[in-house]
Write a protein of this length. Structure first.
Length: 77
C-alpha cells in the first residue's frame, strides 16, 4: 500500500483531523494537506464528517461568532 494525500479547506476540520493523528504535509491557499496510507482514506473522510456533529465544531462556531461581535458595551441604567 502506498501513501496518498487528502486535503480539507476548513481550519476546524483540519485541526480536528490533526488531533486524531493525521500528518499535515502542507498548505496551499485555504487547503490543508495530509498524508496517509491508502487504507486510512475512508477513516479520514469519516472524521471530516464526524467533526460537524462534535463539540469541537460547536466550540469553533462559538469562536467565529465572538470574532464577529463589534465594539459594544451596554450602557447601565
Amino acid at each position: 500500500m502506498g501513501k496518498i494525500h487528502k486535503n480539507v479547506t476548513d481550519l476546524g476540520i483540519a485541526a480536528y483531523v490533526l488531533m486524531h493523528g493525521y500528518k499535515v504535509i502542507g498548505k496551499q491557499g485555504r487547503s490543508v494537506y495530509f498524508e496517509m496510507d491508502e487504507s486510512e482514506g475512508d477513516s479520514f473522510e469519516r472524521l471530516s464528517l464526524d467533526y460537524l456533529s462534535s463539540d469541537y465544531h460547536r466550540f469553533d462556531s462559538c469562536l467565529m461568532s465572538i470574532k464577529k461581535i463589534g465594539e459594544y458595551m451596554p450602557t447601565e441604567k
